[in-house]
Design a protein around this ligand. Structure first.
Ligand code: PEP
Ligand code: MG
Length: 878
């Protein structure tokens, strides 16, 4: 006997019960509660699914009486009988987890039909064709998802029949042929060694069992893994009385967003199909009509729908994605949920709703996911480009992409491996193509509308998609598509414009997008919520200005070596590197000093009033010299006795001397400043002199001088003394009020472990998690990702690439030790991060938990980090 309540009628639930009733069920119950036209039904809870997996199929025995009783109540509500030979009740069975999960079994429609009830349905509806059409759909769906008979077998049969009859669409197939098709379908099931259950109660039980089973399929597990969804949630099962959108021309079915999911415009945005069932809209077999046309086709129903759409949006205070069906002029709402949308739409909808007084600022911040922000920074086709449009389709997901045409998801994955940009071209996509969509830059389909699988998934991924390009004829087997006589073959380049629905032959130039005022406003609201600041890694005045435009509140890392790589500086830098005496080195350095000072002046000016963290020279010196084969190549073109050849041989000899077996663990970082103090002395002089100079001009310079790769107390002590010695003298001479700080990167495990000793001399720490990941794991940051990390992640040896997402246990553990030890001797020590992880949402959330003062990342990731910091503070990102 079961004590727990596992079954809820719609009248017993509400939207707050998502964990128990699943998203779909809780919303159906809520709509029932507020009096909307929802067909009667009930929900088997997620708890039942969990017990099913714990106790096995027995659970169904335990709850079965309850299911039958609930069906009885639906019978009462509808006045129909389940399995009845007079007025049969048909139901849909749908899964519905607490979070949306496309990896699971979705829907079985028309359950309850068999050789007898089909006749009763024909009689009750007065439409024999409709009854057999419903039956053949049911057999196919049930056999596919419950009995696991390949759907292709049914589709082939159907295609044969269309050909035989000489018709293009399924709805042109007459009743008699459908009746025969039902027989053929049942024979297919039998031929596959399966038994199709004729008893409706058996059908229902098997379907519920299939929903529970679908929770643990490899596809669902993969989806959960990719999206970080817990495997413990379970799915609910929704059993709902069927209503029919395919009973004639006063019937339709459709899906509609209350605002545009593409750009957020406040107008109904959807599609409907007259005389059709729900699957026809999303399957993309017939291209649906825009919802606006429903106004003329069914004016009364359209008015009611528009009223309900507004009511639902006000009720949920968010844009809704609604499924509906009209049966003989009567509207039914079958589902509502918060609509998935592009980043641009998220921004516009949230800001419009703020202006409409529907939501407050904090809610606005929650409405844009950090992962979506990338999309706002998506490329578009260069507006000055001239081109002919090869074909036009629906603007299903915005942004532009250029790539090579591929017709198959597996091919897309293998061709994209070496970085080749891919455009996946399919008649339509299904969840089985998901890996191809991940690998591709953009998607093109010839069937399906804005709500087709390809469109929805591409929008979610922020990739451009053009769907419903009906003029394209795809021949997957031949590896080509043809449009107006032009053949485009596998491997050819095309450009896609998902914002306008255009397909263009060849490669077009793309441009980076701009930053809208609405989005800027949301980021300002995010800053008010966030506990951490967001700074940027910027090496030039231009980078600094970009960073500031994106809202960076400081520079967390200025890598000075990048300045030395510039063509006008490299020769002096090379002379410094090859110098064999201190005098020669000092001479080369003095030439670099004025250039370096000018760089810093530009950056201080750009960052007036904000901290600028400048890191002294870090890379191994040989990085500034050509590689040995390059020397050899140059020598081969010269007279060996010429002075030029002599000089090249000398430089080459120095390059050989500087060669190290493990340069990343070698003579780099502050070790350079220990051995050749004149290098660091020059840089410190340049920084402080530049800061004094701009201070004289009224600029508020806030220099923070940062030492790389410090591992011991003694290194930090000497570097601090060196800096203070030089700085105090310049500041005294310049007679300015200048505050500067001296600190260090924490990028070696030893530095983290002795952070208290280092903090005696360091006023700030910045976690260099690129090197810290390298040195903690012992993985070369230059090689690991190409050599073995892919295999590690694919095989689950590591959950994620640790150079992308911070390894919380290992690298994060060291950061925690360092933060605690640093604070133990210097309570107010400023803590930040400047490794690549500073722009990764999950890693930002970890930094928030550690109580860091700021994260620093590349300028283009600043908006992502600002939103991540706010979401972490709101507990939305952990
Ligand atoms: C780091 O190591 O994390 C860092 C920011 O420095 P770099 O990448 O320049 O070594
Ligand atoms: Mg480093």
């Amino acid at each position: 006997m079961v004590n727990k309540k596992y079954i809820y009628d719609f009248s017993e639930g509400d939207a707050g019960m998502k964990m128990l009733l699943g998203g779909k069920g809780a919303n159906l119950a809520q709509m029932w509660k507020i009096g909307l036209p929802v067909p009667p039904g009930f929900i088997i809870t997620t708890e039942a699914c969990k017990s099913y997996w714990e106790e096995g199929a027995d659970l169904l025995d335990q709850i079965w009486d309850g299911v039958i009783a609930a069906v009885g109540r639906v019978e009462e509500n509808t006045g129909k009988q389940f399995g009845g030979t007079d007025n049969p009740l048909l139901v849909s069975v749908r899964s519905g987890a607490p979070v949306s999960m496309p990896g699971m079994m979705d829907t079985i429609l028309n359950l309850g039909l068999n050789d007898e009830t089909v006749g009763a349905l024909a009689k009750a509806s007065g439409d024999v064709r409709f009854a057999y059409d419903s039956y053949r759909r049911f057999i196919q769906m049930f056999s596919d998802v419950v009995l696991e008979v390949s759907v292709d077998l049914f589709e082939e049969k159907l295609a044969e029949l269309r050909e035989e009859l000489g018709v293009k669409f399924d709805h042109q197939i007459p009743a008699d042929s459908l009746k025969k098709l039902v027989g053929d379908y049942l024979a297919i099931v039998e031929g596959a060694g399966k038994t199709f259950p004729m008893n409706p109660t058996d059908q229902l039980r098997l379907a519920i069992d299939a929903v529970f089973r679908s929770w643990n399929t490899p596809r669902a597990n993969t989806y959960r893994k990719i999206h970080g969804i817990s495997g413990d949630l379970g799915t609910a099962v929704n059993v709902v009385a069927m209503v029919f959108g395919n009973l004639g021309d006063d019937c339709c079915t459709g899906v509609c967003f209350t605002r545009s999911p593409s750009n957020g415009e406040n107008a109904l945005y959807g599609e409907f199909l007259v005389n059709a069932q729900g699957e026809d809209v999303v399957a993309g077999i017939r291209t649906p009509r825009p919802i606006a046309e429903m106004k003329d086709a069914m004016p009364g129903v359209y008015g009611e729908f528009a009223r309900i759409a507004e009511l639902l949006e006000k009720h949920y205070k968010d844009m809704q994605d609604i499924e509906f069906t009209v049966e003989r002029g009567k509207l039914y709402i079958l589902q509502t949920r918060n609509g998935k949308r592009t980043a641009a739409a998220s921004v516009k909808v949230a800001m419009d709703m703020l202006r409409e007084g529907l939501i407050d600022e904090r809610t606005v911040v929650t409405r844009v996911a950090p992962e979506q922000v990338e999309q706002l920074l998506h490329p578009q086709i260069d507006p000055t480009a001239k081109y002919d449009i090869l074909a036009k389709g629906l603007a299903a997901s915005p942004g532009a992409a250029v790539g090579r045409v591929v017709f198959d998801a597996d091919d897309a994955v293998s061709m994209a491996k070496d970085g080749t940009p891919i455009i996946l071209v399919r008649p339509e996509t299904t969840p089985d193509d998901i890996h191809g969509l991940y690998a591709a830059k953009g998607v093109l389909t010839c069937h399906g509308g804005m709500t087709s699988h390809a469109a929805v998934v591409a929008r979610g991924m922020g990739k451009p998609c053009v769907s419903g390009v009906e003029s394209i004829k795809i021949d997957v087997a031949a590896g080509k598509f043809v449009v107006d006589g032009t053949a485009v073959r596998k491997g050819d380049y095309i450009s896609l414009d998902g914002t306008f629905g255009n397909v263009i032959l060849g490669k077009l130039a793309l441009v980076e997008p701009t930053f809208s005022d609405d989005f800027k406003a949301i980021l300002d609201m995010a800053d008010k919520v966030a506990a951490m600041g967001v700074w940027a890694n910027a090496d030039t005045p231009l980078d600094a200005r970009t960073a500031r435009e994106f809202g960076a509140r400081g520079i967390g890392l200025c890598r000075t070596e990048h300045m030395f790589m510039a063509t006008d500086r490299l020769p002096s830098m090379q002379q410094m590197v090859i110098a064999s005496t201190k005098e020669q080195r000092v001479e080369a350095l003095s030439r670099l000093e004025s250039m370096q000072r000018d760089d810093f002046i530009g950056i201080f000016e750009a960052m007036d009033g904000l901290p600028v963290t400048i890191r002294l020279l870090d890379p191994p010196l040989h990085e500034f010299l050509p590689k040995i084969p390059e020397f050899e190549k140059e020598l081969s073109t010269l007279d060996p006795n010429s002075p030029q050849a002599e000089s090249i041989r000398a430089t080459m000899a120095r390059a050989v001397e500087l060669h190290e077996a493990n340069p990343m663990l070698g003579f780099r970082g502050c070790r350079l400043g220990m051995v050749f103090p004149e290098i660091y002395e020059m840089q410190i002089r340049a920084i402080i002199t530049a800061a004094c100079e701009v201070t004289h001009k009224g600029v508020n310079a806030i220099p923070e001088i940062m030492m790389p790769l410090v591992g011991t107390r003694e290194e930090m002590k000497r570097l601090r003394e060196m800096t203070d010695g030089i700085a105090s003298e310049i500041i005294k001479n310049e007679k300015v009020e200048l505050h500067y700080q001296v600190g260090t990167m924490i990028e070696l495990p030893r530095a983290a472990l002795v952070a208290d000793e280092i903090a005696e001399f360091a006023e700030f720490f910045s976690f260099g998690t690129n090197d810290l990941t390298q040195t903690t794991f012992g993985y070369s940051r230059d090689d690991a990702e190409n050599k073995f990390l892919g295999v590690y992640v694919d095989n689950g040896i590591l959950p994620k690439n640790p150079f992308e997402e911070l390894d919380r246990d290992g690298v994060g553990g060291l950061m925690k030790i360092a933060a605690e030890k640093g604070r133990s001797v210097r309570n107010e020590i400023s803590l930040g991060i400047c490794g690549e992880h500073g722009g990764n949402p999950s890693s930002v959330a970890f930094c928030h938990a550690l109580g860091l003062n700021y994260v620093s990342c590349s300028p283009f990731r600043v908006p992502v980090a600002r939103l991540s910091a706010a979401h972490a503070a709101l507990g939305l990102l952990e």
